[in-house]
Design a protein around this ligand. Structure first.
Ligand code: UDX
Length: 454
């Protein structure tokens, strides 16, 4: 099939590369000229496992555009994968989606009938809005368009976005017609039936079951995306709330999480207590669905609490520091990790930024190391008054405490027994319950995890 992908962010690019690998001809357009320049040279604009290799492998079936003039829309499918950032009132900002719809309308001619597929996370009813904009633009040009718009939410995790593209748990399509359903089945057929050539750059499928193809109404598909992200965020906030209680009553949240997670109805995943969730999706989507609830008179009180609990969780680390060190002004604190989770350089809505900002406000000297995300942090938070170190070890120099914020694998094997000697005070706050507290204590540290009261 011929596919046009609008947007070369995490979703657009990884999906585009995967579609190209399974045999489609994919053109990607993005208004970010620098990004497209990189992609034309097969340089990934962000870090994602396997992306560089796959960009090379698919070079004959992928093309990149930074302007609409050159791109051909006489294709089978046009996928919208542009950003939907938060507006100041937390609603999803649809202006990129609407601009893309107008551009499509401008370029379509009478004989073109691509299926428009919306992958951006959009408020309920946005598929209709996109359809309206395209049809109005065509009417203004003098012909009636019979364009159809489907909703096809993605559930990709950063760092594992390619794996998730090839081995999804399910494919959801929100469609109004058999035509749309069939087009989307054909698009994903090699993934649904797992007939694509095995990939050397990705781990093998963890699950032998083929992904189900589920067709729903467009509105249900849009709501599924918000419900999925809210539910996952809820699991984390839930375990964090219990972690705080565990600490008070002398229990260990890791044991509690395992004890409840083995009940298949609950499941063990997404029950790691810590400094809370971050990233480009959970915060934006939970806040947007709360707003949608308000518009329809449906108070999303559980989701509201999930967000509040998460905000508080970021403050908890600073409170812990105050409990141990009392006055923080003038102290040196070392931070291990900036990225909102390991294996990515993404710091969007990362807990690290809030924690660091709070420490700076309290007069702390902050020294930081992250294996991938430091450049990103310098670019997006130039005014953050922090000292970036070249190695993880330097973070310990003269520090009164260390906070582990991101569970990078390389932080597990630091030579903690020696590093303690570099510190002025021996406190380690493990914001991800990542280190072995007993061993760390044996090395001479005061160790404090999250929810480790026993
Ligand atoms: C998430 C969803 O998983 C994905 O399906 C959706 O499409 C986009 O949002 P992602 O943002 O890549 O993906 O991150 P994810 O791996 O889900 O982690 C989100 C945050 O939760 C991270 O900050 C992570 O550290 C935190 N987390 C995760 C926990 O604190 N505890 C857990 O048990 C799991």
């Amino acid at each position: 099939m011929k596919v046009v992908m609008i947007g070369s962010g995490y979703v657009g690019l990884t999906t585009g590369v995967a579609l190209s690998y399974i045999g489609h001809e994919v053109s990607i357009i993005d208004i970010d000229v620098k990004k497209i320049d990189k992609l034309k040279n097969r340089i990934p604009p962000f870090h994602e496992q396997g992306l560089e290799q796959l960009l090379q492998e698919t070079s004959s079936s992928m093309s990149f555009y930074d302007h609409w003039e050159g791109i051909n829309l006489d294709v089978d499918i046009i996928i919208l994968a542009v950003g939907t950032p938060s507006k100041s009132n937390n609603e999803a900002d649809l202006s990129y989606v609407e601009d893309a719809a107008r551009q499509i309308g401008n370029k379509l001619t009478r004989n073109m009938n691509p299926l428009i597929v919306n992958k951006s996370t959009v408020p309920i009813g946005a598929a209709d809005k996109v359809k309206q904009i395209i049809m109005q633009t065509c009417t203004a040009k003098g012909f009636v368009s019979h364009i159809q718009v489907a909703s096809n939410p993605e559930f990709l995790r950063e760092g594992e976005a390619l794996y998730d593209s090839f081995y999804p748990d399910r494919i959801i399509v929100g469609v109004d017609s058999d035509f749309a359903r069939n087009q989307l089945y054909s698009l994903y057929q090699p993934i649904l039936e797992r007939t694509f050539k095995p990939l050397s750059v990705l781990p093998k499928a963890r699950n032998a079951t083929l992904p189900p193809f589920i067709s729903t109404s467009p509105n249900s598909a849009e709501l599924i995306k918000y419900a999925a992200n809210s539910f996952l965020a809820m699991k984390i906030s839930f375990i964090n709330e219990f972690a705080n209680l565990a600490e008070q009553v002398g229990a260990d949240i890791t044991e509690v999480a395992r004890g409840i997670g083995l009940d298949e109805r609950i499941g063990t995943r997404f029950l790691n207590a810590g400094i809370g969730w971050g990233g480009s999706c959970f915060g934006k989507d939970t806040r947007a669905i709360i707003q949608t609830g308000k518009q329809y008179g449906s108070e999303m009180s559980i989701v509201q609490t999930v967000v509040q609990t998460n905000d508080k969780q970021r403050e908890l680390v600073v409170k812990k520091l105050q409990n141990y060190l009392k006055v923080l002004r003038g102290k040196t604190i070392g931070i291990l990790g900036l990225a909102f989770k390991p294996n990515t350089d993404d710091i969007r809505d990362a807990p690290s930024i809030d924690i660091i900002q709070r420490l700076i406000d309290l007069g702390v000297y902050v020294q930081v190391y992250d294996p991938l995300a430091m450049e990103q942090c310098k670019l997006s938070h130039p005014s953050l008054d922090i000292h970036y170190t070249e190695t993880a070890e330097e973070v310990f120099n003269q520090a009164h405490a260390i906070i582990l914020v991101t569970e990078w694998e390389e932080f597990r094997t630091l030579s903690y027994q020696h590093l303690v000697q570099r510190m002025r005070n021996n406190l380690v706050i493990d914001g991800r319950n990542f280190l072995n507290g007993e061993i760390i204590t044996e090395y001479g540290y005061t160790y404090s995890g999250i929810g480790k009261g026993s």
